[in-house]
Design a protein around this ligand. Structure first.
Ligand code: C2O
Length: 534
């Protein structure tokens, strides 16, 4: 294995999209940011220097950070933010991991423009478990706001109302053709006929689950969230924010120009559903005058989307057989997740949207929980996070009379190496909505899912404990549930939250505290000297 050095400088950069120029927060002046390349088992050192006026942190989404929680990145969970003018060296090893992941800012809404790909190649000499691709392409999906994304969320927090949705979707930073603009801005993927491309697709959007499709071409999924899958052929990918999908594309059309489309999945807001971002796959030697081929683009409507969404949850299986699923369970947890309303005297709306897990809205502490845990600092968090919901729930829309939640900075404590089964149940406190939930510090196995209320007597009998897909982020279906299992073999403090940033902001988040084990390599390593101070 090797040591990879990267230097990330956080700077404002004037950027033009949708006919207007504005300064955005970037790494090294790029949107999306630079791709981090490494191989399995490499040690990665990223020196992050903050040259903007706001605090920043960076999270290496999906990197397990075995015992190196200090480099995980979520602000106030594992570190205090890097203050303006300061630097911090993230230092982690990609132990046993290969595939596509992403990095992104993990404070406020800075990840809207501060994100990029992580490409982890197999160890030297180790082949892929699928046909060797001729070429590889990274495709980062995102969102663009005409105004400043930080201003959008800050205004929403003052009013108590939901923030504005984005003004465009982006493919590798491009919005698609914009009429009457000097900046035309569609992403073009130039390909050679008769080749196999490995597409590393990343959903780095802030608040949208996305469909991804290339007209006239099927894709074969071979890996998600840096875990190999059994090959799965599909014409449409579905990715929640934070998820990655690596797929093979065979260029067998000879010539022509084909639409690449991305489109959001919004369960309840159908009007936003037709909002499609566009790029093009263009065969070499295609004359500019050739018309675009969009023959197989499906009607973009809610029904079609729901079908693709359901299929995407069902169809993926681990390549490894049998997978390493924990077969016994030490902690059996049920988390309800959803959005509610709190009274708010300081909000111009008089009330404000909140989101919660087991009716607890998570309040951010003012120093990092991992530090409080490591140094034994009292008064930062409590370890009484409920393992079951505090109020009745019902997906069918029977509202609990009380939409309010309790507030707290509570963690759930896990013994080192204990096994966890977590059923995540979408509730209907306000609106049924699918939630892409993300666990830091681990991959988990998605052993079951269903619609409606989870039935503890019947549903576990249908779990797939043999070859379930392994992920770090999973969509909890609209008014349904997802069951995951993992082994708590990584001591530290690990954030768990909805990866729709608006829901995280509203409090749909909590943390697991995994205690140190007794063995020599079973403790959190001491904090680095340059760990930022609050
Ligand atoms: Cu990709 Cu806690 O985030």
């Amino acid at each position: 294995s090797e040591i990879r050095h990267y230097s990330f400088t956080v700077v404002l950069k004037n950027t033009t999209r949708l006919c207007a120029t504005k300064p955005i927060v970037t790494v090294n002046g790029k949107f999306p940011g630079p791709t981090l390349y490494a191989r399995e088992d490499d040690n990665v050192l990223v020196n992050v220097t903050n040259l903007i006026k706001d605090n920043v942190t960076i999270h290496w989404h999906g990197v397990k950070q075995l015992r190196t929680g200090w480099s995980d990145g979520p602000a106030y969970i594992t570190q205090c933010p890097i203050q303006p003018g300061r630097s911090y060296l993230y230092n982690f090893t990609l132990t046993g991991q290969r595939g596509t992941l992403l990095w992104h800012a993990h404070i406020s809404w800075l990840r809207s423009t501060m994100h990029g790909a992580i490409v982890i190649l197999p160890k030297k000499g180790v082949p892929y478990p699928f046909p060797k691709p001729d070429k590889q392409k990274v495709i980062v999906l995102g969102e663009w706001w005409k105004s400043d994304a930080e201003a959008v969320i800050n205004e929403a927090l003052q009013t108590g109302l939901a923030p504005n949705v984005s003004d465009a979707h982006t493919i590798n930073g491009h919005t698609g053709p914009v009429p009457n603009c000097s900046y035309g801005g569609a992403y073009n993927l130039h390909v050679e006929n008769g080749k196999t491309y490995l597409l590393r697709v990343i959903n780095a959007a802030l608040n949208d689950e996305l469909f991804f499709k290339i007209a006239g071409h099927d894709l074969t999924v071979v890996e998600v969230d840096a875990a190999y899958t059994k090959p799965f052929k599909t014409d449409t990918l579905f990715l929640g924010p934070g998820q990655t999908t690596t797929a093979l594309l065979t260029t067998d059309r000879g010539i022509g120009k084909y639409v690449i489309a991305i489109s959001p999945f919004m369960d309840t807001v159908v009007s936003v559903d037709t909002f499609t971002g566009t790029g093009y796959l263009i065969y070499n030697n295609t004359l500019p005058s050739i018309p675009t081929t969009m023959t197989t683009m499906p009607p973009v409507n809610a029904t079609w989307k729901t079908l693709v969404f359901a299929e995407s949850l069902r169809s993926l299986n681990s390549k490894q057989y049998p997978a390493n699923v924990p077969l016994t369970v030490d902690h059996s947890l049920l988390f309800t997740i959803g959005v509610g309303i709190d009274p708010c005297a300081t909000c111009s709306n008089g009330s404000r949207a909140v989101a919660a897990i087991n009716n607890i809205t998570f309040d951010m502490p003012t120093i990092a929980i991992l530090e409080a845990h490591y140094y034994g600092i009292k008064g930062v968090f409590t370890d009484d996070f409920p393992g079951k919901p505090l109020m009745p729930y019902d997906y069918t829309g029977v509202q609990p009379t009380n939409l309010q939640t309790m507030h707290g900075t509570r963690v759930y404590r896990l013994a080192y190496n204990s096994t966890v089964e977590l059923v995540i149940q979408g509730n209907s406190m306000l609106a049924p909505e699918s939630h892409p939930t993300h666990l830091h510090g681990f991959n988990f196995f998605a052993v079951g899912r269903g619609l409606g209320n989870f039935n503890p007597a019947k549903d576990p009998k249908k779990y797939n404990l043999v070859d379930p897909v392994e992920r770090n982020t999973i969509s909890v279906p609209t008014a349904g549930w997802t069951a995951i299992r993992f082994r708590a073999d990584n001591p530290g403090v690990w954030f768990f939250h909805c990866h729709l940033e608006v829901h995280t902001t509203w409090g749909l988040k909590m943390a697991f505290l995994v205690e140190n084990g007794k063995g020599p390599d079973e403790s959190v390593v001491p904090p680095p000297r340059d760990l930022p101070q609050c």
